[in-house]
Design a protein. Structure first.
Length: 279
């Protein structure tokens, strides 16, 4: 039998077409993700460039607007400070970082508030922009209460027992010394009690917190007053009455013990005699 051989130029059958199509399909699919990636990358670069230009334009626009407001007369001309007594002027000037003549709308009030609040003497501050040309700074300073005795020397504390950073203890030697573990946060309460008798309080040199429960009061003449844990105000008032009647704190005493209700125990000031030197 003769075998049929296709002649040259004869078109391929349908099966041949399908076979060729199947072989070409994978290559075309592989190219699609690559084109998509390149396209998305181009779009991303375009958007980033557009955003950068927009940001630069926005900054330029803001600067131009501030310059325009300055030319219109909205410049910083006055800085008003209220409530400053102990806050150092140089610290305040450095913290505000304000320059006369700058556009007042360009001042970052929040940043000025943050920097002033970091000054040790400042407990609270309000910073206001008063149009057209004034910035007002209202300060509430910490109230000095006493000199806390620490391992590093005396530190000035406020009514909440907070150490006032930057304050010089040597400028407040008229305040009582506060000693004892945990004394700082409890001192305001007992000092309020002592101040109820002004004449007696004027003789107070120091207070010391004992065992986290009660206070000893040290007078300027060396006498130690031992107050009770319960009702120290009543005991202090009783001592004040006795002082007015009998001048007890002017006597040669070492200790006045008021810890027992309705009683007063005193210890005389007996000097300790040293040993003589052998000759």
């Amino acid at each position: 039998m003769r075998r049929l051989i296709s002649k040259p130029g004869v078109l391929p059958t349908d099966k041949t077409k399908k076979s060729n199509l199947r072989r070409e399909t994978p290559a075309s699919k592989t190219n699609l993700p690559r084109v998509k990636t390149l396209f998305l990358g181009f779009v991303g670069l375009t958007l980033a460039a557009t955003a950068t230009l927009a940001y630069i334009d926005r900054e330029r626009l803001v600067d131009e607007m501030l310059i325009a407001t300055g030319k219109a007369g909205l410049n910083l001309q006055f800085i008003q400070v209220r409530g400053r007594a102990h806050t150092p002027t140089d610290s305040l000037v450095a913290a505000t970082d304000l320059r006369l003549g700058d556009p007042i709308l360009g001042i970052n009030i929040d940043e000025v508030h943050k920097r002033i609040s970091a000054i040790g003497w400042v407990e609270d501050v309000i910073v206001e922009r008063r149009m057209p040309s004034t910035v007002r700074i209202s300060i509430r300073e910490r109230l000095p209460m006493g000199l806390l005795q620490t391992a590093d020397g005396h530190q000035l504390i406020d009514a909440h027992g907070v150490i006032i950073k930057g304050a010089k203890a040597s400028d407040f030697t008229h305040l009582p010394v506060v000693a004892g573990e945990g004394s700082a946060k409890h001192a305001e309460k007992i000092l309020s009690v002592l101040k109820t008798e002004p004449e007696l309080f004027a003789e107070v040199w120091a207070i010391s917190y004992q065992s986290g429960r009660r206070w000893d009061v040290h007078l300027r003449n060396g006498i130690e007053i031992r107050l009770p844990e319960v009702e120290p105000r009543r005991a202090w008032s009783r001592l004040a009455v006795m002082e007015r009647r009998k001048q007890i704190i002017n006597r040669d005493l070492a200790v006045i013990d008021l810890r027992i209700p309705e009683q007063l125990i005193v210890e005389p000031n007996i000097p300790v005699r040293g040993k003589g030197k052998s000759t």
